[in-house]
Write a new protein. Structure first.
Length: 439
């Protein structure tokens, strides 16, 4: 019976549409996560590691905005290569060069110099030659210890002074370098002259950060938002499915037990259901989450504990009262079947279709519940969920600063997911309720 119902659900127009939406979201998530080998622990660690995202632009829009007529810059990273090196006594002198092609209609968001040195005694001079032939001295740097150092040209007083003096203008160096009455298009040559007094190498890279990145842009921590969405989709699926399935099964079993045994058991379960139905569910959940800072599985446990009995229990109890009077139940009792066997083998399968319909209609509620807790700052502190991304967007002022992608794209995925489950739930209703059947 259940197999026939499922077949009818997913061949209906609404059921197929809902399944298609969920499948598309799942495939998008899987394709992106496959790049990381589906290693959930590594993905979560990377999401929470600020250093992992240093090569991404901060607060960049999605790349597809360029399809609508914009020509916003993409991020370019070039490692300067040695074109000449000579040894003079104890000094290794090298000239490093690298080229950045820039043909965009807007200025870069940032420019960073990355110095990765194995030397503990070196001196570096850095220049840039613009497409119009102007040579700008950017900075000089004394290296006294090995390691990596990132220098944002907009934070360097030396770079600002040198660029403003050379161009006779004031402003952010990352803008002035690429400005000539508008974005100066062409090839920029970055040149570094390195004198290593211990003859150990010094590697230099230049990152010209753009204003677009990936499918969903980046946040204020430079994180790829689509990575968070790709991880948030299966987390939302898991949270909604596990929570709804657990609650419906537990409430159904309580309803079957109440209807089967009747008497005091029935009265006790009915009164307990009334109590649970009037409990202030959300305030209690918020209080518990605030006091104990729960992870995702603990939140699911608390939700199930607060929903052991409820409206499903009452409906299933009524169904059980009808089912237990049927002839095959009487025959099972006459053959000596135990109450547990009758409940699990004969009654529970009869209420399963109704339970499945409830699961699909409840999932959107629990997906939104997780998002609501995350927006309130009470979700899982480590996992990248859709709600947490939206919460961080509001905390970062995205709604007021024009960073629409940070809010709208994860919200759109959240809405699409709940619409998919709602359509499947509607299809179950049409199958189980003859008055709603499609003509």
């Amino acid at each position: 019976m259940l197999r026939e119902i499922l077949r009818e659900v997913f061949t209906s127009r609404s059921g197929f549409a809902g399944l298609a939406i969920l499948a598309v979201l799942g495939v998008l998530s899987a394709v992106f996560l496959a790049q990381y080998g589906f290693d959930v622990e590594s993905i979560v660690d990377a999401w929470n590691d600020d250093a992992y995202w240093l090569d991404n632009p901060r607060l960049a829009a999605p790349e597809w905005v360029n399809l609508f007529g914009a020509n916003l810059p993409r991020t370019s990273m070039v490692r300067l290569e040695a074109v000449r090196s000579v040894e003079v006594g104890d000094v290794l002198a090298a000239r490093l060069e690298g080229y950045v092609d820039y043909y965009y209609d807007d200025y870069p968001s940032e420019v960073q110099i990355i110095v990765d040195s194995q030397s503990s005694n070196s001196f570096v001079e850095l220049q840039v030659v613009r497409p119009d032939g102007k040579r700008l001295r950017l900075m000089s740097l004394s290296i006294t210890r090995p390691g990596e150092e990132r220098i944002n040209v907009d934070s360097s007083e030396e770079v600002a002074a040198n660029v403003e003096r050379a161009l006779g203008a004031s402003g952010a160096p990352s803008r002035l370098i690429f400005d000539a009455g508008g974005p100066l298009k062409g090839t920029y040559e970055f040149v570094a002259v390195v004198n290593s007094f211990d003859k150990r190498p010094v590697n230099i890279s230049v990152v010209v950060y753009g204003k677009v990145h990936g499918l969903a842009g980046t946040d204020e921590k430079r994180r790829d938002i689509f990575m968070g969405i790709s991880m948030g989709i299966p987390i939302a699926y898991m949270f909604g499915l596990v929570t709804a399935f657990a609650i419906v099964i537990v409430q159904s079993l309580f309803g079957i037990v109440a209807g089967w045994f009747g008497g005091r058991v029935d009265a006790a379960v009915d009164r307990l259901a009334d109590i649970f139905l009037i409990l202030p569910f959300l305030p209690i959940l918020i209080m518990v989450s605030f006091l104990y800072r729960l992870d995702l599985l603990s939140i699911i446990g608390v939700i199930v504990a607060l929903s052991l009995v409820g409206s499903t229990t009452k409906v299933v109890r009524s169904m059980t009262l009808q089912i237990k009077s049927e002839a095959y139940i009487e025959a099972a009792r006459a053959l000596g079947a135990s109450s547990a066997r009758i409940i699990l083998v004969h009654i529970f399968p009869r209420v399963l279709p109704y339970s499945f319909a409830l699961v699909t209609t409840l999932i959107p509620s629990y997906v939104y519940l997780e998002a609501a807790l995350a927006i309130l700052g009470l979700g899982d502190p480590f996992l990248p969920t859709l709600g947490k991304i939206i919460s961080e967007a509001f905390g970062g002022g995205a709604a007021f600063s024009g960073y629409w992608w940070w809010v709208l794209i994860p919200s759109a995925f959240l809405v699409a997911m709940t619409v998919g489950f709602s359509l499947i739930g509607y299809a179950f209703d049409k199958v189980l309720n003859p008055r709603l059947r499609e003509q």
